[in-house]
Write a protein that binds this ligand. Structure first.
Ligand SMILES: Cc1ncc(COP(=O)(O)O)c(C=O)c1O
Length: 396
């Protein structure tokens, strides 16, 4: 274990943390294992806290521009961490990833055009498509031998439909934890390019990859594929700074980039948050050792979960390759969605995200966030074990 203390339990109810708020937990949420919202319960890297404290101590927070060191910190990170050369001229700042996805959908498709998603997938993808008057085209992932894969025949059919213009890629994939391989991405890229479908790659989880797997940035596949892509990047998940609201859009195609810039200006989403700027810069410049330790700790939590689930009847885990989200299969324990929701909330006392929130394909599953101190996870698993045994007994 590294030098950072991820076992420390921090009371997040002292802040308006969404994960613990009644917006998410409901009115009677006290005592639930809050493992729904996708952030970490860990204190962030010391270098980020120091950078924010230093900036706060300065005491003046008037209008600012982007700090000189920020884009070099991002491109340096991409290069050293992922072997990915990013041209700083291609980078635009964005308030957050969802904002960038919605802007891309508006800019590069027309109302009624089709946008492909591959469920079960992060629920906001479908919401963005619906809220912006676009047509949802689903190409569900396929579960083969315990691993989710893309359905390339289905993708070919979806991409070649006359009004399909865009695909929202989740790389790595929330909630099933796949870190798409270069070969898989190249196949998807080929289908999209041949059919004139723009790939909008949400790579917010790209830095959170477990040993034995490798994150392939979509835009690193080839120059041609980069031109057919918009990538959304952010340190929000990997460095646990989602409330700093910070993201980047990478737009290699000059015409699309000009359109994006103009839209940022039209909507005036081009102002900087001083604390987000210093937090991002510190994360990318000096946060590597902390992230290595965080990933090792998450791997430990995955190992614990794997071990404990051997004793828990009716629940299995889809082995995650990255992210801090684990897709749990409860179908054997309780196949009916509403009954599963009741079981999780009232018997196990878990507040996790219902599988069906990610599309009908998620029925019988739930998404667990494991980015919490191990003691919390153990306590939650003890409760699940007792509840699952009771449930099995009562439904015999
Ligand atoms: C795949 C994915 N994209 C985007 C987001 C949200 O990003 P942001 O807070 O920057 O809008 C999340 C948060 O859970 C996510 O999992």
């Amino acid at each position: 274990m590294g030098e950072h203390d991820f076992d420390c339990v921090i009371d997040r109810t002292q802040t308006p943390a969404l994960k613990h708020h009644k917006i998410v937990l409901g009115e009677d949420g006290a005592g639930l294992f809050a493992a729904g919202v996708a952030d970490m319960d860990f204190r962030v890297a010391p270098c980020i806290i120091e950078a924010i404290e230093k900036r706060a101590a300065h005491g003046v927070f008037g209008y600012e521009t982007v700090p000189d060191g920020l884009l070099p910190a991002l491109t340096g990170w991409a290069q050293s961490r992922h072997g990915w050369t990013v041209d700083p001229a291609h980078i635009l700042r964005a308030p957050n990833v969802l904002n960038a996805l919605a802007m891309a959908a508006n800019l590069f498709t027309e109302k009624g055009d089709g946008i492909i998603i591959q469920p079960p997938v992060f629920f906001d993808f479908a919401d963005i498509i619906a809220e912006n008057g676009r047509t949802l085209i689903e190409n569900p992932l396929v579960l083969r031998k315990g691993r989710f894969e893309m359905d390339f025949d289905g993708l070919e059919a979806a991409a070649s439909a006359p009004r399909t213009r865009m695909l929202l890629l989740c790389n790595p994939h929330n909630p099933v934890g796949r870190v798409w391989t270069r070969a898989e991405l190249a196949r998807l890229a080929d289908i999209c390019r041949r059919n004139g479908v723009l790939v909008v790659a949400d790579e917010i989880h790209g830095d959170l990859v477990f040993r034995g797997h490798r994150y392939t940035p979509f835009a690193s596949l080839s120059a041609e594929d980069a031109l057919n892509s918009v990538t959304c990047l952010s340190p929000a998940k990997s460095f646990n700074i989602a409330a700093c609201a910070c993201a980047f859009t990478l737009v290699p195609d000059p015409v699309r980039r000009a359109a994006f810039k103009a839209e940022n200006s039209r909507l005036t989403v081009n102002k900087n948050n001083a604390f987000a700027s210093v937090a991002m810069e510190a994360a990318y410049e000096r946060g590597g050792p902390w992230l290595d330790d965080a990933i090792a700790y998450l791997e430990g939590n995955v190992a614990l979960l794997r071990e404990r689930l051997r004793q828990i009847p009716g629940v299995t885990m889809i082995e995650p390759e990255g992210t801090f989200l684990v897709w749990l299969d409860f179908r054997e324990l309780e196949p009916e969605s509403e009954a599963l929701t009741r079981f999780l909330r009232h018997k196990a006392r878990w507040a996790v995200t219902r599988g069906i929130a990610f599309g009908p394909q998620g029925a019988g599953f739930a998404r667990l966030n494991i980015a919490c101190p191990r003691a919390r996870l153990i306590e939650a698993l003890d409760r699940l074990e007792r509840a699952a045994q009771d449930h099995m007994e009562s439904t015999k």
